[in-house]
Design a protein around this ligand. Sequence first.
Ligand code: NDP
Length: 289
Amino acid sequence: GKQPLTLLGLGAMGTALARTWLAAGHPLTVWNRSPARADALAAEGASAAGTAAEAVAANRLVVLCLLDDASVGQTLAGADLAGKDLINLTTSTPGQARALAAWAQERGARFLDGGVMAVPPMIGAAGSGGYIFYSGSRALFDAHRETLVVPAGTTYVGEDPGFAALHDVALLSAMTGMFAGVAHAFALIRKENIEPRALAPLLADWLTAMSPAVHTTAAQLDSGDYSAGVVSNLAMQVAGSATLLRTAGEQGVSAELLTPYLALMELRLAEAERGNEEGTTGVIDLLVR
Ligand code: NDP
C-alpha cells in the first residue's frame, strides 16, 4: 500500500497538497486550526484528527504547511516527536529552518525543510513547472521520495536545513525585483494611448530574452573576472540610467523602484578601476556586508 502520512495545515497550499496525496491513494490524516477545513477533506477521504498532537501521533511521516514559522512552533508545542519524520513546507527563513531542525532533532525526529516553488494550481499538475526545494536529512528525503514526488517535482539542495529556504528566498527576491521593474514599465505608459495588453507580450518576451544574463553573472562570480563576456559595460549603463530617470520624469512617474539599484551602479562605477570593461556584477560586492 501507499505510505500513510499526516498533514498539518489546510490553507490554500495545504489543501492542494492533501488532494494530490488522497488522489494517489495515500492514507492521509489531516488537522487544521479551524476544523471546517479538515471536515471538508474528510469528505474526500482523509481522516480528520481532533488535535495537532493526535494528528502527529497517527503517522510516522508528518508534513506541515502553515502560515509562518510562529504557527509551526505553536502547532507542534504539545506533540510527541520521538521517531517522527518531520517535513516543514511552511515558508521560513534559513535561520528559522535551522532552529526548527535542531529543535525537532532534540525531540528525536528526523527533519527536512521545504520551499514550495509553486502556487496551489500547479500542485499535482504535471508539466506546470512547479517544484519543491528540500534540504536537511538526506535519509528522510530518500526514504519518502515516492511520497514527495506526488504533489510536485523535488529538488534536494543539501544537508543544511536552511538551504531550501535560502534557495526559495533567493528566487523570490529576484522575482520581486522583476515585478518592481514590470510595475515601473506599466506606470510609464499609464497616461499614453498604449494598451497594457499590447505592452505585456513585449515585456514578457524581453524579460525572457534577458534572463540568460544570470549565467554570465554566475561565471564572473566563479572566476572573479567581472569583465568576462561583458557586452554592456557599466559606464555605458550608468550613462543610460540618466535616460531611464529622465523618461520617468517626462511621464510623471516616480523612479523610486529604480533609483536604489541605479545608485549602486553609480557607486560601483566610481570605485571600479575598469568601469568601462565590467558590467553590473560588482554591485553584488557592494551589497554583501
Ligand atoms: P493560507 O493563508 O491559505 O493558510 C494558512 C494556514 O495556516 C491555515 O491552515 C491556517 O489555519 C494556518 N495557521 C495560521 N496561523 C496559525 C497558527 N497560529 N496555528 C496553527 N495554524 C495556523 O496560506 P497558504 O496555504 O497559501 O500558505 C501556507 C504556506 O505555504 C505558507 O508558508 C506560504 O508561504 C507557503 N506557500 C504558499 C504559496 C501560495 O501561493 N499559496 C506558494 C508557495 C508557498 P486556519 O484555517 O485556522 O486559519
